[in-house]
Design a binder for this molecule. Sequence first.
Ligand code: BEZ
Length: 236
Amino acid sequence: MEQTQTDFHQMPRIGDKAPEFKAITTQGKINFPGDYSGSWVILFSHPADFTPVCTSEFMTFAAMEDRFAEANTKLVGLSVDGLFSHIAWLRTIKEKIEYKGMKDIEVKFPLIEDITMEVSKKYGMIQPGESNTKAVRAVFIIDPKGIIRTIIYYPLSLGRNFEELYRAVIGLQTADAFSIATPADWQPGDDVIVPTAGSCGAAKERMESDDIHCYDWFFCTKKLSKEEVLKTVLKK
Ligand code: BEZ
């Protein structure tokens, strides 16, 4: 099928302001991202209601909602299904589905109806090579100022790892709070990466410093305790 000009949207990028939209959801109307100002938010899409991978994902995400709330992070789902389908699917999940020890799972976060695909097109969630009629599994992590900080897309067949999304939220907030970066596979309590020194002198001084460990002049880490991360990010 040929793509027309009206179908074309530039994909949002990390660092962009989250595209604005108004939508109807299972929790009423929302004005995005304005309604979420001051909170982190994960906007995510799924291909279709009443499908197995999506059901496993919704149960897992809903079961973790309180943990995200502790990290000042709200969840907003979307698919191109209609409101009545959303309501019926979420009711079925709550009343009938028991999966991996999860049961009676109530999805309390809003699920956007997007029959017109207006929102999903704005966010590059319709990827014709994968499907013209369903959103891929997109994840946008948006900060309290409405800036997109992380984007992840998965195909229809691959269920997401929600612990990784939680790790990403905590990692972003830790990087902001302590002006550091996080290395591969970082978890709270692991060493963090300090910015590269601006000059040779500073690098040498740093390499000799007690609380910083340098693998070379461009790769230095320091300790950041789990307690400090939890106290700052989760206020615990
Ligand atoms: C699923 O969620 O199971 C699914 C949805 C669309 C295509 C393939 C799988």
